[in-house]
Write a protein that binds this ligand. Sequence first.
Ligand SMILES: C[S@@+](CC[C@H](N)C(=O)[O-])C[C@H]1O[C@@H](n2cnc3c(N)ncnc32)[C@H](O)[C@@H]1O
Length: 278
Amino acid sequence: MTVDINEVGTTAFVIACFRAMEREHPQPLFEDPYAEWFVTDQAMGMARQLATAVPESTSMLRFRTRYFNRFVQREIAEGARQVVSLGAGLDMRAHIFAAPGVTHYEVDQGPVVEYKHGVLREHGVTPSSSVPHNYLEVDLPEKLAEAGFDRNARTAIVWEGNTMYLPTHTIFPFLNSLCGGISSFRIAFDYFAEDLEERNFERQEDLERIEAVERAMGASFPTGFQDLSVFEAETPLKVLESGPIGDLGEAYGTDDIAENMAEDEGLRIYQYCVLGTR
Ligand SMILES: C[S@@+](CC[C@H](N)C(=O)[O-])C[C@H]1O[C@@H](n2cnc3c(N)ncnc32)[C@H](O)[C@@H]1O
């Protein structure tokens, strides 16, 4: 399939490769039977480069996937009737966590959506409702509503593997536009807890690790947040949950990995957060 996918879109294929590799793990943290459909030689080469340059990235991506899976499961169990995946890439949660009375919406750049839908159709799988737009350039609640989204139904939003790629100045206006157009939602995202514009890292090795990830992913990370209180200052949202992704290993029963990671101060730079309407 020939679709013109840009650097940030290409990162979705790298993440799909990591999900596809989970099957080989002796203690898988999740199942994604669809991921292998999206594995390409180029993306697998990038995934291997990342795993070699920054070995901890494999565990981080495993924990992150499990974390966002749990978020979706928990939100649905607590009454969310809609799940929106922002920058969904090749994530297949819409199918994996399909549930009666719950509608999933996927948002990504047009070429990524086109590619994904083509692959799914080749395998006889019906794609979920999609909004094929750069979400920073449209009125997203409006575009979602055009796809059938109910602005007043409780909504879970997954924003996985996205914030670091976005221009910093776009983050709060975007979140405020969601608050203006969706009455009740929780949004979960991962982020780097450093100022990636200035890059004045206290420890040079932490900066080098971030730059190695950027090189392997073929895209840069302009945005990080040193202090989550800015989200409460700049938007009507409240911080409901946050912490280092590396710390999740203990809860997920991978104590051996977790122990090694807990000793690595530099990994605390990669964090998760859930914000919610008050
Ligand atoms: C690192 S991938 C993550 C994909 C998926 N969320 C996952 O974790 O597997 C980033 C994805 O976000 C999408 N993306 C980034 N910025 C976007 C934007 N402004 N509008 C739409 N999609 C965006 C990219 O096209 C890409 O598919």
